[in-house]
Design a protein around this ligand. Structure first.
Ligand SMILES: Nc1nc2c(c(=O)[nH]1)N[C@H]1C(S)=C(S)[C@@H](COP(=O)(O)O)O[C@H]1N2
Ligand SMILES: [Mo]
Length: 517
């Protein structure tokens, strides 16, 4: 240990210099963020993707169940630390060269170029990688300048300290720059708008919307608003905040002009279709609900939107499937893949618009699959390939032990408990049973002894969409238990037996203790 340390010191590697290199490493990450934003060009993005693919599946499942989307944030933080570490090594080599040759410009130049190289190797994005090199360069240079000011009059230790503090200031500077510039990215389409971001140079065409269809969409959305029950604390029939679940911490940025969708594998004719051809194809608007198999029973990962897209059957017929297993694998630009029966895909929609806007990046721009009545995970975003298989295979989540490729479980959620001025209590939520539809929702306010029927929202057009329910009652004195369950369109009651989300979705009746008068 001691020998190694002296050895390192002889080579010009001191704790303070390691500190400066570490700061320069962070400077590199921040510089990369300033240029690339949260896109695949960001140095931490491929590391995050690697982590979510290579971490033990038990750990991933644990993170999803206990941290939810926080798990993704933890993954990103870890990826940023690792990226900073790699870039710090580049910076340290530069610092050592400076020390041995006495030529700072040679040292900082080497560090910058090595940092750039590391970023290119990680992201394969040579232009965006320049940000990493510049970030390292700025931190080392500010540190050098700070240390050099009046250094002849000071103790060497004080100079070292100045070097370090200067580097810290440099890293802060690059960080501020990163926050300002990085948030302007990506130069693609962001959630909820179909405007390219300001200052972007994207060449992606921005279709003005299916001509004359915008009014049809508006009319449908308006009708949905009118049908929404007026209950405080529950989402309207078209969700205002649509949940998001991704396997990678950074979403892919797909250039629609370069993008194609191919239909491959066990088919008579393989073919490829461009974004333009897809927008020209006949489309329809559908209200569709999605629900994640990994959510808690009364969780918030169930939402509805009005989607515009091309019925998938048209493409399947054109390819003429010849699959012995009658199964299909959907693949995506983020290396995600899910396998399930071909029959489930039939009748599905390939959506390129959501609530009238171009599909937002986080929901799969330019194209996502909507598979009627099935758990969210097979509704593949950033779709690039529909492969007809000869043999069944596991998808991404099934390799992690999940069984989430089937139809959704029936659920009635309880999200609102509102007290009215007249002393009444109003409870409400959403109920969803995939393509089986919702027939009835029943509510008990005495822990399940007696039951009453809830009021349901008028059904939306579409056969894979939720309904809202509400129920008003005069509360008894003291605490009481409100319990709710749904009956699906086949007349089947939501299973009562409680189970957690892993591996095939949560089951049971939602119940909640309410304090009475
Ligand atoms: N390409 C790709 N598609 C994906 C995912 C993903 O990580 N990558 N997540 C899946 C999961 S688990 C769910 S629940 C839904 C969520 O869709 P949303 O993020 O639009 O709500 O997308 C599915 N499609
Ligand atoms: Mo999911």
């Amino acid at each position: 240990m001691v020998v190694a340390r002296t050895h390192l010191r002889e080579r010009g590697v001191t704790p303070s210099r390691i500190g400066r290199a570490a700061l320069a490493g962070f400077g590199g990450v921040l510089g990369s963020y300033a240029v690339a934003g949260l896109t695949p060009g960001f140095v931490a993005a491929p590391i995050g993707g690697f982590l979510s693919r290579r971490l033990p599946s038990a750990l991933i499942t644990f993170a999803i169940l206990f941290f939810g989307s926080l798990g993704q944030t933890l993954n990103l933080v870890l990826a940023i630390l690792l990226a900073a570490g790699l870039l710090a090594v580049a910076a340290l080599i530069g610092v050592a060269i400076d020390q041995r040759t006495g030529r700072f410009s040679l040292g900082v130049g080497t560090a910058g170029v090595l940092g750039w190289l590391v970023a290119v190797l990680l992201t394969s994005a040579p232009v965006a990688a320049v940000g990493a090199g510049i970030g390292i360069g700025i931190v080392l240079t500010v540190g050098e300048v700070a240390g050099a000011i009046g250094s002849t009059y000071r103790e060497p230790a004080a100079t070292e300290r100045r070097h370090f503090l200067g580097s810290l200031a440099g890293a802060f500077g690059v960080g501020l720059l990163g926050l300002v510039l990085g948030r302007e990215r990506p130069p693609s389409f962001d959630a909820g708008t179909n405007e390219p971001h300001s200052g972007s140079t994207t060449r992606t065409p921005v279709p003005s919307g299916p001509s004359g269809q915008q009014t049809a969409i508006e009319a449908l959305l308006e009708a949905a608003e009118e049908k929404s029950l007026d209950v405080d604390g529950i989402e309207p029939l078209v969700s205002e905040r649509f949940y998001e679940v991704d396997v990678n911490p950074v979403n892919p940025t797909v250039d629609a002009e370069e993008w194609t969708l191919s239909v491959t594998g066990a088919v008579e004719t393989e073919f490829e279709i461009t974004y333009e051809e897809l927008l020209d194809a006949e489309f329809e608007h559908r209200f569709v609900t999605l629900r994640c198999v990994g959510e808690q029973l009364n969780g918030n990962q169930m939402d509805t939107a009005l989607w515009t897209g091309v019925p998938v059957d048209a493409l399947l017929d054109r390819a003429t499937p010849d699959s012995t297993c009658d199964c299909v694998m959907l693949r995506a630009a983020d290396d995600y893949y899910e396998e399930f029966p071909l029959d489930a895909l039939r009748g599905g929609l390939l959506a390129h618009r959501m609530n009238g806007e171009l599909l937002p990046r986080k929901h799969g721009f330019p194209l996502r699959a909507l598979v009627p009545g099935h758990w969210g995970e097979v509704n593949v975003k950033w779709l690039t390939e529909i492969e007809l298989l000869e043999q069944e295979r596991d998808g991404y989540w099934e390799q992690q032990g999940w069984h989430g490729t089937g139809p959704v479980e029936t659920v009635a959620k309880l999200h609102a408990v509102d007290r009215h001025d007249d002393g009444h209590v109003e409870v409400g939520g959403h109920a969803y049973a995939g393509t089986r539809g919702i027939q009835t929702v029943r509510v008990s306010t005495d822990g399940g002894d007696t039951w009453a029927e809830a009021t349901l929202s008028e059904p939306l057009p579409g056969d894979d969409v939720w309904r809202q329910w509400r129920y008003e009652y005069e509360p008894p004195p003291g605490d009481h238990e409100v319990v709710v369950y749904a009956i699906d369109g086949h007349g089947d009651r939501q299973p009562r037996e409680q189970s957690g989300p892993f591996p095939d979705g949560p089951t049971g009746w939602v119940s909640r203790s309410v304090t009475g008068q």
